[in-house]
Design a protein around this ligand. Structure first.
Ligand code: AMP
Ligand code: MG
Length: 372
């Protein structure tokens, strides 16, 4: 269970055993010889799941058998309990085909066979599969360590009282959860004010301790936006600003070989840019590809205006309509509005160059949650 959500070190393995390991019954019923049916057979015993010693099913006989119990020697078919009449020590059995309701050893997997696992974090089904193959241990990839830095003079920890002008740090917590969800290990740094020296100190710590650093705030054009300069000074800035809404001031660079993403401070921008940039990057570090989310076509239920110049990721709720999925705004589309982000189950992708998502038109929707 410690492996749940982890990424296997290898997606290929060789089965050591047949699964199932022996011929067994897929029904509660009677094990018999098909050649004896239809007919009246003498009951010679009972085989439960897990039984080690088995009765011999000689011609003219049958043995009671339970689902998953091994086929007794001599028997080649199962007659389910529902079609058999049992009286005294005998059973009356209709015509039964050889092999009926018998699960052959190795019918799921043969010993020596190559088993390919899905290239995704381990799910319940994959863990069940690995257990059925007899694995008690599995080598998994290390989780990428992702340092989180919240910057801003105004920030106070959640739960703390606020003085004039202050707000609670929402990004620190939200990004930690997003990192965990993406298969990483969050490494919280010390929240800093808009102070270059303090930011530098934390960025250096992040670069020393983590595989990726995600900062939020301080990447825009204000006089107190210092994160970008710090990245440039301590390392190199690869790009700044991107034509998307929300998230325009995104900055990306590296310090001491560790990639650094400077996310915008507005909480919706921070989460959406994390989704589009940090998540795929973390998946690459884990040996996975893509963003790990489903994209589905969805029809805009109503007109949703956006910035003409930028590609928009509108916070929407998808629901099944008469002609497939319909997208309705989850609320206001300001990048400071977390409530619609929290209730959105998708981001509707509306291309740059268009002034709005138009009612009735189909767009890609990046699925974030379940569709009710
Ligand atoms: P900035 O990117 O620093 O210009 O911040 C943009 C907006 O996001 C401002 O209104 C900030 O107060 C807000 N903000 C910045 N960091 C956070 C944070 N960690 N949690 C919540 N809001 C934030
Ligand atoms: Mg700021």
């Amino acid at each position: 269970d410690a492996c749940f959500g982890r990424v296997p070190a290898s997606f290929q393995l060789t089965a050591a055993l047949d699964v199932p390991p022996f011929d067994n019954s897929s029904m509660d019923g009677y094990a018999l010889r098909a050649a004896d049916t239809p007919g009246r057979l003498l009951l010679v015993g009972e085989v439960a799941a897990g039984a080690g010693t088995l009765p011999d099913v000689v011609p003219g006989t049958a043995a009671r058998i339970m689902t998953g119990a091994p086929m007794p020697p001599g028997a080649d078919a199962i007659a389910p309990i529902e079609v058999v009449e049992e009286a005294e020590a005998e059973v009356v059995v209709p015509a039964t085909e050889p092999g009926a309701f018998v699960r052959r050893a190795g019918h799921d997997t043969r010993a020596g066979e190559m088993v390919t696992l899905p290239e995704e974090p381990l799910t319940a089904a994959t863990l069940g599969l690995l257990a059925s193959l007899g694995l008690g241990e599995l080598a998994v990839r290390r989780r990428p360590r992702v340092a989180i830095l919240s910057t801003g003079n105004e920030l106070r920890p959640p739960g703390a009282p606020l003085a004039a002008g202050q707000i609670h740090d929402a990004n620190g917590i939200a990004l930690a959860a997003a990192i965990t969800e993406a298969g990483g290990e969050p490494v919280p740094l010390e929240r800093t004010p808009d102070d270059a020296a303090r930011i530098e100190q934390q960025v250096m710590r992040g670069a020393a301790e983590a595989d990726l650093l995600v900062a939020s705030g301080g990447v825009s054009v204000g006089r107190h936006d210092l994160v970008r300069d710090v990245i440039g000074r301590l390392g190199a800035l690869d790009f700044w600003r991107i034509r998307m809404q929300p998230g325009k001031p995104l900055a990306f660079g590296a310090v001491r070989g560790v990639p650094v993403l400077g996310l915008p401070g507005n909480p919706v921008s921070a989460l959406v840019t994390f989704e589009l940039f940090a998540r795929p990057l973390m998946r690459r570090m884990l040996g996975l590809s893509g963003g790990g989310r489903l994209t589905l076509p969805a029809v805009a239920h109503e007109r949703m205006p956006k910035d003409q110049e930028r590609r928009a990721y509108l916070r929407v709720r998808l629901a099944r309509g008469t002609d497939g999925l319909e997208a309705r705004p989850a609320g206001g589309q300001a990048s400071s509005q977390l409530r619609p982000m929290a209730s959105a189950n998708a981001l509707l992708v509306v291309p740059e160059g268009e002034p709005a998502a138009e009612a009735g038109r189909t767009y890609d929707a990046l699925l974030l949650g379940a569709i009710g």
